[in-house]
Design a protein around this ligand. Structure first.
Ligand SMILES: *[C@@H]1O[C@H](CO)[C@@H](O)[C@H](O)[C@H]1NC(C)=O
Ligand SMILES: *[C@@H]1O[C@H](CO)[C@@H](O)[C@H](O)[C@H]1NC(C)=O
Ligand SMILES: *[C@@H]1O[C@H](CO)[C@@H](O)[C@H](O)[C@H]1NC(C)=O
Ligand SMILES: *[C@@H]1O[C@H](CO)[C@@H](O)[C@H](O)[C@H]1NC(C)=O
Length: 243
């Protein structure tokens, strides 16, 4: 059960192995999540980490979308002092009832194309970008669902920014709009552009050796009082997903 050993090394609190899962090494893991209630539009969490300028960035997160919430929703927004719409992930429901995801990089709103069903289940999302060839990608549940290379003249993602979960920042660290409703956990930030195999491993709850700028930890988050901490069991598909 290699995956279990890795998970324990990863520092996740509890690991449950389902009796019928030994052959395929799938498991349920307990995570501390944040709940952003629909009843309030105020919810947010501030990630207390100082960010350097980044020539590449990856953010992965697990999201449980509120099926009753139909507005444009910000999963995270990273704003720099000199430029607020620096790096952001948002989603919205389409007419077919799917959740479509879009990235904003350096203020440029990329298309709503990558999607997952609006089924109230947990979904694993990773977004990556690198300056060298302006390649960005959105992965859902381990699969690459959208990718392209911007031809724009590129620059690093500015450092010294503010990372907010659950709200767009219309000004640096403030004027919140387009709130998220639902649950968020296991958000991690890397200063590299992860490869598909890394994303697949993360989706299966395996650890990566890559150093992270931010590892999910409630101790480094300051939340608005309406945001509650909840415990959640996540199904991890295990190594059979890996290639
Ligand atoms: C943020 O982190 C800094 C440095 O680790 C620490 O001094 C400060 O107290 C933290 N602030 C909050 C609100 O947690
Ligand atoms: C968020 O998680 C809590 C605790 O597991 C659960 O009761 C609630 O239904 C979840 N909310 C959404 C929108 O899925
Ligand atoms: C932020 O909101 C306040 C109050 O609505 C408004 O006066 C101000 O212009 C806004 N600032 C920005 C940068 O949008
Ligand atoms: C990423 O961050 C680590 C630790 O801060 C640093 O050692 C490394 O050089 C950075 N990598 C890049 C590509 O910027």
């Amino acid at each position: 059960l290699k995956i279990v050993a890795e998970v324990i090394k990863f520092g996740v609190d509890v690991c449950f192995i389902k009796a019928n899962c030994f052959s395929s090494s799938c498991s349920d893991l307990q995570f501390s999540a944040l709940n952003f209630p629909r009843e309030s539009q105020e919810g947010f969490a501030n990630v207390n980490v100082s960010f350097p300028a980044m020539s590449a960035i990856s953010v992965c997160v697990r999201v449980q979308w509120d099926p009753q919430w139909n507005e444009v929703s910000t999963i995270f927004s990273y704003a720099a002092p000199v430029f607020t719409n620096e790096f952001q992930l948002r989603g919205q429901v389409d007419v077919q009832g799917r959740i479509l995801l879009a990235l904003i990089i350096h203020g440029k709103h990329l298309p709503y194309k990558a999607w997952f069903p609006n089924d109230g289940a947990w979904h694993h999302i990773c977004v990556t970008w690198r300056r060298s060839d302006s390649l960005w990608a959105i992965y859902v549940d381990g699969d690459r669902r959208d990718t392209s290379s911007n031809t724009d003249t590129s620059r690093d993602v500015y450092g010294d920014g503010i990372l907010i979960l659950g709200q767009d920042q219309d000004s640096f660290g403030g004027n919140f709009t387009e709130p998220f409703s639902g649950n968020i956990t296991d958000l991690n930030v890397w200063n590299t552009s992860l490869e598909e195999r890394h994303v697949r491993a993360l989706n299966a709850c395996s650890a990566l050796t890559q150093e992270r700028l931010f590892s999910w930890s409630l101790d480094l988050l300051s939340s608005h009082p309406v945001v509650r901490q909840v415990q959640t069991l996540l199904f991890c598909p295990g190594e059979k997903m890996l290639q």
